[in-house]
Design a protein around this ligand. Structure first.
Ligand SMILES: NC(=O)c1ccc[n+]([C@@H]2O[C@H](COP(=O)([O-])OP(=O)(O)OC[C@H]3O[C@@H](n4cnc5c(N)ncnc54)[C@H](O)[C@@H]3O)[C@@H](O)[C@H]2O)c1
Length: 374
């Protein structure tokens, strides 16, 4: 199998998650490439030390420029605070490496557009991380919507809820401050996830009204004191999209203060003749609406029908680590020109389109206005 050498910049929560997806790559049955984690860069010595458990990861450095200078590395995945995305993404491209970027694709719309220009100039292969559409239920919802199985679409809701900000005693990190998380706050944090399927279906809102909410204004700083927190924590974006010649409400929901939700991504598409609901709260379950003489919501247990086949039995439940691995399989197979008709990762253009939505949402909140998008 062809090996692809990967470097990770930012060995925190997501850097480790990606490393573990490579480590169990043998679970995949129908891929022609094998990622090999070769290098990691992180400023934190404890983060670097974690990677000692991965024998192939022989370069562990505090200086990401040293990783970029390593000629063996083919692809670089970057998972650092949002204020560093643009500069590090552009450095990766300038070093002649392919890039798997984390969301958001830059701190704001202007930043996203500059990154896109650098991508186009470099000619490198670049995609943006967004793994939730790789759940089997999300794939089925996408396929049905693409095939226009629902009659006239009446309403679309796509969202991501978690509740990690509900606890006021939780110590503030870079995600709670606009300087490092971005003025768009939760939109940048969770927005690519909510926008991915609607954008792939061509359902980008053309105008919108947004309601943004702050969370706690101060939090413990982890050193015995408190620190200011100024990011938007919840966002409801009420958009209008053109779907098959009709104006349709498309609501995007992104919440870090959603009571009861740990990490719930969901999509719901309702039409005159049918509909679909999928939520990661029920990871193997698909709800399908049918209308006949009577009306039904049918519950199907999809099991482990992932886009790339695996050794895992078909009756088992998919989870977060599985869809992370599926996303990497899609990234690497598309890079080889072997994606076929499978679902591909979010493109730089889709990432910029998501920023157009976030910028309009911010303007809408500020002016209490309906804003045109893009
Ligand atoms: N796709 C997803 O589901 C998902 C989930 C969580 C986070 N994310 C994204 O992943 C990225 C990282 O988030 P996280 O939760 O892993 O954060 P984190 O704080 O756990 O990790 C970030 C790491 O970057 C390191 N770092 C900071 N500056 C650096 C530099 N100059 N050079 C090298 N390393 C540096 C930090 O030391 C830290 O270890 C963000 O873009 C975030 O939005 C994606």
């Amino acid at each position: 199998m062809k090996t692809i050498n990967i470097g990770i910049i930012g060995g925190g929560l997501m850097g480790r998650e990606m490393a573990s997806a490579f480590a169990r790559w043998c679970a995949l049955e129908d891929v022609s490439v094998q990622p090999v984690l070769t290098a990691v860069a992180d400023l934190n010595p404890a983060a670097l030390a974690w990677f000692e458990r991965i024998p192939s990861c022989t370069q562990r450095t505090a200086d990401y420029h040293a990783l970029l200078a390593n000629p063996a590395i083919d692809v670089v995945y970057v998972a650092v605070p949002h204020n560093l995305h643009e500069s590090i993404y552009c450095d990766v491209l300038a070093a002649g490496k392919d890039l798997f970027a984390e969301k958001p694709f830059g701190l704001d719309l202007a930043s996203a557009r500059r990154i896109l220009a650098a991508v186009e100039k470099s000619g490198r292969y670049v995609r943006c991380s967004s793994e939730m559409p790789f759940f089997p239920g999300a794939q089925r919802a996408f396929a049905l919507a693409k095939a226009r199985e629902f009659g006239r679409v009446l309403e679309v809701v796509s969202g991501f809820h978690h509740s990690s900000d509900l606890d006021p005693t939780k110590v503030a990190n870079w995600k709670r401050k606009s300087a490092t998380c971005g003025e768009i706050g939760v939109l940048g944090d969770l927005g690519m996830h909510a926008c991915h399927l609607p954008l792939r279906l061509g359902w980008k809102p053309k105008r919108l009204f947004a309601q943004l909410q702050h969370g706690y204004s101060t939090r413990p700083d982890g050193k015995g004191g408190t620190t200011e927190c100024d990011t938007w924590d919840n966002a409801l974006v009420h958009g209008w999209s053109d779907i098959a010649g009709q104006e349709v409400p498309v609501r995007l929901e992104m919440k870090r203060l959603a009571p009861g939700a740990t990490n719930t991504w969901f999509v719901e598409i309702l039409g005159t003749d049918g509909g679909v609901r999928f939520s990661t709260a029920e990871p193997k379950t698909l709800w399908l609406f049918e209308r006949g003489k009577e009306q039904w919501w049918k519950r199907t247990e999809l099991g482990f029908g992932t886009p790339f086949k695996t050794v895992t039995g078909g009756i088992f439940e998919p989870g977060f680590p599985d869809v992370i691995q599926q996303m990497w399989a899609a990234f690497l197979m598309e890079r080889e020109g072997q994606l076929g008709d499978r679902f591909g990762c979010a493109t730089p253009e889709e990432a910029v389109a998501s920023h157009e939505i976030f910028a309009a949402a911010l303007a809408s909140q500020t002016g209490q206005t309906v804003e045109h998008v893009g």
